[in-house]
Design a protein around this ligand. Structure first.
Ligand SMILES: [Zn+2]
Length: 147
């Protein structure tokens, strides 16, 4: 979604029942508002899903949380958010279909997920975290541009 300023608007992590995500419930153990997600399965897809959810949490402070829970990001950060939000939703569906890491990727490439969208996903997430931090730190150093 794009607002009238041309910025991308992303949507908060949807509230999915805990048992569906295979996470230990964390809503009562986050004194500083940080979600702690721990996989209770040995399915590596769950680790990927957690990494994607953690990335989305990491990005939220770079945006402005609106009253309706949507987050307004600058274009760069919004693109990163939307990219991983799509991967998160695809992976969630994939998992809910009972797929494993070696199953054919959800994108239709016919390659195993581990060799396609799952390949180097945690490393890609770490790279994008650094890139987003760098981009937003650089923005802060520039004088504010009035819109
Ligand atoms: Zn794929």
């Amino acid at each position: 979604m794009v607002n009238e300023d041309g910025d991308l608007i992303a949507i908060h992590t949807p509230h999915v029942p805990v048992e569906k995500l295979l996470f230990i419930p964390d809503d009562n153990i986050k004194p500083e508002g940080k979600h702690i997600r721990v996989s209770v399965s040995n399915n590596p897809l769950v680790d990927h899903l957690i990494a994607l959810a953690d990335l989305k949490d990491f990005l939220v402070p770079y945006g402005t949380v609106l009253e309706d829970g949507q987050v307004n990001f600058n274009t760069y950060t919004g693109n990163v958010y939307n990219h991983y939000d799509a991967l998160f939703n695809n992976l969630l569906l994939f998992l809910s279909e009972g797929k494993k890491i070696g199953a054919k990727c959800y994108c239709g490439s016919m390659k195993p997920y581990s060799q396609c969208h799952g390949k180097n996903l945690p490393a890609a997430i770490e790279e994008d975290k650094k890139a987003v931090k760098k981009f937003n730190d650089a923005l802060k150093e520039e004088p504010a541009v009035q819109e």
